[in-house]
Design a protein around this ligand. Structure first.
Ligand code: FAD
Length: 632
């Protein structure tokens, strides 16, 4: 029999990035007992790596900005596939969440008159990203952690115990959600260092586990991002929505090979950096799609004037949404106009004084100097697309974060949830998403837990035994493949066949290969024991990466159009009929089921924030009649 450490909480938050921490704070403020669990060290999450800033229509730098402009930009960025209610809540509440962070002690950069400064970013009509140099995520995490410490101090004063109502479990990976009769009963996992098992009994769980990037070879994501929350949700009976939409960030490092994929912040372009090919041409002017033509400069002169006079000039095409820029870079490289290391050039050195670059982009300067021996105040950077963010995710109720599907008591927020960003996320909209929907998920998870009173679902002995058996299987097998080999093959399938440009026959091949990989993943062998054993951890992560990859490949084959982060070479256009369809994945045994669900119709008061010529590009004819009626 296994020794299993046991804990009991009202709400368990899995993930200690911005979404998880904000959810935990809210659940604790509602008086619930909360656990925060994180696979890596506390404080090390993607949120801490966020550079550019958090988007919120505070109107500090341009007073024309307001939630309606932000809502429009977000819907445009997502090519109108966003869950409109999430985009609405996000646009309306982001500013309050940023101001609230100040009350927790955040110190944002300032405008000359002392307001929170806001910077330009792709797809945002006005300067909108609240920032701290290019280290915004660090400040966000620091502040949320500080708030947690202050709440723990209050609890110490009241109960004599810092952990009385909020406790952190770091380096602890959840491998299984425990469900009893369709309701969440708890979560099971192991400590990274000791390999010991731990069980959390809890009626409400908030998933805030972030992204899936480690299924790809070239990614800005770090080791923890193996789609755990997505897979846990699926196995518990929840659904995933629109998993075909992945964001390939246009600017990742391409050299040296050991750092390929590491992010180069969009702020470089927001602050004046431009993209050039091997012929020295500023090529983005050739890639402005029709839907965006009216908002983007046609000449370099106009684009350059925009930085100082945005009211009278149109924005540079380097600041198109990320999907457009990534495809353009891909096309330049394919046409033989790439840089020696297989990217293109991002140049800020010839455009801004060294002093400005040091002040605005200190981390980028440090990153290139340390990792590539390139001084970005003197030389251009070599960059190329990198798998960065997943727009698809756990299907949730927009107001409460409750997961859709057959399970009760499960909530999700942040990158692991889906819907908010449609087919493409605008930069800066993730940090604000974490705060807005983290708070909401925490609030509703707390009230759900409270509503159950003492009638909490029980964790059965059978479910614990099953979780233990699954976790130990890779160690106990007599023989089997090395998990690293299987992972390499999975990444190759996703990178080569389900990457930035997709084709029917390649997606079909990917599906076959992923089905073959199922057997291999199920029989990997991890050598060694349970103490700090990365091979074993990978073996367990692999089954998550696999099922999430299957959802992505399946949905990518199904969606016969190109939209946002999903580009089909064989269906290169956006198709208004597909805009009305969400692709939803559920799990039936080992099989991923894919269904079509109608996209909820936008409320008239939101619909009429747009104009006819623009909507003509996105809506079907009968939707346009509705639009005309709403406008009339
Ligand atoms: P994360 O911050 O990713 O945290 C996930 C947490 O879940 C971690 O604590 C992890 O350990 C834990 N976890 C995962 N699996 C398990 C498990 N099985 N058991 C227990 N714990 C688990 N967005 C912006 O808006 N602006 C930016 O400027 C920006 N810059 C970025 C720069 C980089 C380099 C990267 C990678 C992303 C950037 N993004 C940016 C995106 C943004 O940072 C992320 O989308 C966001 O931080 C995700 O937050 P989250 O709270 O959902 O999850």
């Amino acid at each position: 029999t296994q020794q299993i450490e046991k804990h009991s909480f009202d709400v368990v938050v899995i993930g200690a990035g911005g979404a998880g921490l904000r959810a935990a704070i809210e659940a604790r403020l509602a008086g619930r007992r909360v656990a925060i669990i994180s696979k890596s060290l506390f404080g090390k999450a993607h949120t801490v790596m966020a550079e550019g800033g958090a988007a919120a229509a505070m109107g500090n730098v341009n007073s024309n900005d307001n939630w309606m402009v932000h809502f429009r930009d977000t819907m445009r960025g997502g090519k109108f596939l966003n869950n409109f209610r999430m985009a609405e809540l996000h646009a309306k509440e982001a500013a309050d969440r940023i101001w609230e962070l100040e009350t927790y002690g955040a110190l944002f950069d300032r405008t000359k008159d002392g307001k929170i400064s806001q910077r330009n970013f792709g797809g945002h009509e006005y300067p909108r990203l609240a920032h701290v140099g290019d280290r915004t995520g660090l400040e966000l995490i620091r502040t949320l952690q500080q708030k947690i410490v202050s709440l723990q101090q209050e609890d110490k004063a009241e109960f004599g115990d810092y952990d009385a109502r909020i406790r952190v479990f770091a380096e602890c990976t959840i491998t299984e959600l425990i469900v009893n009769d369709g309701r969440i009963a708890g979560a099971f996992g192991y400590y990274r260092e000791s390999g010991d098992f731990v069980l959390f009994e809890a009626p409400a769980i908030v998933l805030a586990t972030g992204g899936v990037g480690k299924s790809y070879k070239v990614t800005s994501n770090s080791w923890e991002y193996t789609g755990d929350g997505h897979a846990l949700a699926l196995r518990a009976g929840a659904t995933l929505i629109n998993m075909e939409f992945l964001q390939f960030h246009p600017t990742g490092m391409v050299w040296p090979p050991s750092v390929k994929g590491i992010l180069v912040t969009e702020s470089v372009r927001g602050d004046g950096g431009v993209l050039k090919n091997s012929e020295g041409k500023r090529f983005m002017f050739d890639y402005v799609p029709d839907v965006f033509r009216a908002q983007y400069a046609e000449t370099e002169e106009e684009a350059d004037r925009w930085y100082t006079d945005p009211d009278n000039n149109r924005r540079p095409p380097e600041l198109l949404p990320r999907d457009e820029v990534a495809r353009a870079i891909n096309a330049e490289i394919k046409a033989g106009r790439g840089s020696p290391a297989g990217g293109v050039y991002l140049d800020i050195a010839s455009r801004r004084p060294a002093e400005f670059i040091h002040k605005r982009l200190p981390s980028m300067h440090h990153q290139f100097k340390e990792l590539a021996d390139v001084d970005i105040t003197k030389e251009p950077m070599e960059i190329g697309p990198t798998c960065h963010y997943v727009m698809g995710g756990i299907e949730v109720d927009p107001d409460t974060g409750a997961a859709a599907g057959t399970v009760e008591g499960l909530f999700a927020a942040g990158e692991c949830s889906g819907g908010m960003h449609g087919s493409n996320r605008l930069g800066g909209n993730s940090l604000s998403d974490l705060l807005v929907f983290g708070k909401r998920a925490g609030e509703y998870a707390a009230s759900y837990a409270e509503s159950l009173g003492t009638a909490k679902p029980r964790v059965t002995a059978d479910s614990i035994d099953a979780a233990v058996a699954t976790a130990l299987a890779p160690l106990e097998r007599e023989s089997g493949e090395n998990p690293y080999d299987v992972w390499h093959d999975l990444q190759t399938v996703m990178q080569d066949l389900v990457g930035i440009i997709r084709r029917k026959h390649e997606l079909e091949e990917a599906q076959k290969k992923l089905v073959d990989l199922r057997g291999r993943v199920a029989s990997v062998k991890a050598t060694g024991g349970r103490k700090y054993n990365p091979g074993w951890h990978l073996a367990l992560d692999l089954r998550n990466m696999l099922v999430v990859s299957e959802c992505t490949a399946k949905a990518a084959l199904e969606r016969e159009e190109s939209r946002g982060g999903h580009t089909r070479e064989d269906f290169p256009k956006m198709d208004p009929a597909w805009r009305r369809i969400n692709l939803v994945c559920s799990l039936d045994g080992d099989e991923v089921n894919l269904t079509h669900q109608p996209v909820p119709r936008m409320r008239d008061d939101l619909l009429t924030l747009f104009e006819r010529p623009e909507m003509g590009k996105y809506l079907t004819d009968d939707e346009l009649s509705d639009f005309d009626a709403a406008k009339a």
